[in-house]
Design a protein around this ligand. Structure first.
Ligand code: NAG
Ligand code: NAG
Ligand code: NAG
Ligand code: NAG
Ligand code: NAG
Ligand code: NAG
Ligand code: NAG
Ligand code: NAG
Length: 439
């Protein structure tokens, strides 16, 4: 009797184990129902239905399989939740993944792939956290991948940026709130207006500029240096502009998240403390706020007790009254009585700055610093210049025409920026530029 019970138990155990064994793929004959979970081959990521905090809505998402605090990295039906647990994610005859409710024909989410000839398709959750729609038996060709449609999280290996051939921009967009993964108001992306830059938007308004790529980091992220944790690859050519982070040690979990309060955070999972530790975030201070001091303004957060806004050398507040009331949004204008493109003019160097918005700038990677100065000097509409790539001694030339917006200083990092001034300004050492040199 006892033995029979024990055999039964073992049988049940085996049966249970069999049932709970999860695969990493959805196939034509094997859809994913609410309650089922796909687990990637190396057990790093899981995919299934979930409800956010304080919500009974059901979403299809991907999360870390081994992180004890449930951390969603991707959501399929962001703005179309299912209100009960009858959801089913399946492959249809056109080779697309479709999320429906089993009792109703309405579609809550689907991929949009056309021209898939082979019916032999499958969706596989990879160990990188990428859900990939493969065609054919050898799984060489893919027709869709979740890494091309990020939610609020940029995972290592995800190509953040633009495919110039298709126009696809892989950007991050915030959740609506902690309990609602719907597309929120913040977006974080690479843009190629003028020269390539990294920008954070609230709706259509720029709120922070990560800036241009200066060799080993973004101009607006001075703390980004070669990191022991990551191997960073930046590509900017005719086909694409993209940034990829790879983790050197694959047992470390790291993610970049654009959160609901419009902050970009990089964190790593500390298993001993069972929590995510944020080790970098942006924007940080008031000078990170886009165009905080207006056109031709210079933001310096390290001045003690006084207004952080200043004007670039050779410029003065457009409205002294507003400036006095600490509203610098109107920016600065060239000082009265001064003119450039005259005898004796030249450039004042500001050290350790984030160079202005390059959407109105030109870049020539084959020019050095001296040639850059000459190029700027020869053209009366050129307002300033800087080195494009500051790694390895400096390379390339950026020249600004028109308004120079969103310039700030750093206590450490940043680069030199050269501003065109007239002969008189050149002979008058400015208090603030002197201070900058002496920080
Ligand atoms: C979420 O639920 C917790 C308890 O489960 C409650 O304390 C909290 O107020 C709720 N938050 C919201 C925004 O409803
Ligand atoms: C699930 O909810 C939908 C409405 O969202 C409803 O039409 C459907 O009948 C429900 N199914 C079950 C089994 O409750
Ligand atoms: C699917 O893609 C086609 C063209 O590729 C487009 O016209 C259509 O609007 C897309 N549908 C959805 C639901 O995104
Ligand atoms: C960085 O990653 C690339 C692509 O995987 C690899 O070829 C390169 O060797 C790596 N570099 C370092 C320093 O790990
Ligand atoms: C990788 O990270 C794990 C966990 O933090 C650590 O135990 C291990 O020593 C690391 N391996 C290397 C090669 O640094
Ligand atoms: C967003 O990130 C910032 C910076 O790490 C943090 O202070 C803030 O609490 C976060 N907000 C939410 C809603 O998580
Ligand atoms: C960059 O400068 C070089 C040397 O003056 C010139 O030959 C080349 O045409 C310039 N390239 C661009 C894109 O302006
Ligand atoms: C000065 O630069 C602007 C912007 O690049 C250009 O449109 C203009 O033709 C240049 N003028 C001269 C005289 O080279």
């Amino acid at each position: 009797m006892y033995q029979a019970k024990s055999i039964l138990q073992s049988l049940l155990m085996i049966l249970f184990f069999r049932l709970s064994i999860s695969t990493d793929s959805i196939t034509l004959t094997q859809p994913l129902k609410d309650g089922d979970v796909l687990v990637s081959n190396g057990e790093r990521f899981a995919l299934g239905f979930f409800s956010p905090r304080n919500s009974s809505n059901r979403y299809v998402g991907i999360w870390y399989n081994k992180v004890s605090e449930k951390t969603i990295v991707w959501v399929a039906n962001r703005d179309h939740p299912i209100t009960n647990t009858t959801g089913i994610l399946s492959l249809d005859e056109t080779g697309n993944l479709v999320l429906r409710e089993s009792t109703q024909p309405s579609v809550f989410w689907s991929t949009n792939v056309s021209g898939v000839e082979n019916n032999d398709v499958s969706a596989q959750l990879l160990d990188s956290g990428n859900l990939v729609l493969f065609q054919g038996q050898n799984r060489r060709v893919y027709s869709w991948q979740s890494f091309d449609h990020p939610s609020n999280t940029i995972l290592p290996g995800l190509k953040f940026g633009i495919d110039k051939k298709t126009g696809m921009n892989r950007m991050a967009s915030s959740w609506k709130s902690n309990g609602n993964p719907g597309i929120g108001e913040y977006s974080f992306k690479i843009e190629t207006i003028g020269s390539t830059q990294l920008l954070l938007y609230k709706g259509t308004t720029a709120v922070w500029r990560g800036g241009s790529w200066t060799g080993h980091g973004w101009s607006g992220v001075p703390e980004m240096t070669q990191n022991y944790l990551f191997n960073v690859t930046y590509t900017d050519n005719n086909d694409e502009v993209a940034l990829v982070y790879l983790i050197r040690n694959s047992s470390i979990f790291s993610r970049l998240v654009l959160n609901e309060s419009g902050k970009v955070e990089r964190s790593t999972w500390h298993d001993a403390d069972r929590r995510w530790i944020v080790f970098w975030s942006a924007p940080k201070d008031e000078c990170d706020g886009y165009s905080h001091c207006g056109p031709f303004g210079l933001c310096d957060p390290y001045k003690s007790g006084t207004f952080e806004c200043d004007c670039l050398p050779g410029y003065e507040p457009r409205s002294p009254q507003d400036w006095y009331l600490r509203d610098a949004s109107g920016g600065c204008k060239r000082k009265v009585g001064t003119e450039v493109c005259k005898e004796g003019e030249g450039f004042v160097e500001l050290a350790r700055v984030k160079v202005p918005d390059t959407s109105t700038a030109r870049v020539n990677m084959s020019l050095g610093l001296e040639a850059c100065k000459g190029l700027c000097l020869r053209n009366c509409t050129c307002m300033g210049y800087a080195v494009a790539d500051i790694s390895g001694g400096g390379r390339g030339c950026v020249t600004w025409y028109g308004e120079m917006i969103d310039t700030r200083t750093y206590s450490d990092g940043g680069q030199s920026f050269f501003i065109r001034v007239d002969a008189e300004e050149l002979g008058t050492p400015l208090i603030h530029s002197l201070m900058l040199f002496n920080i």
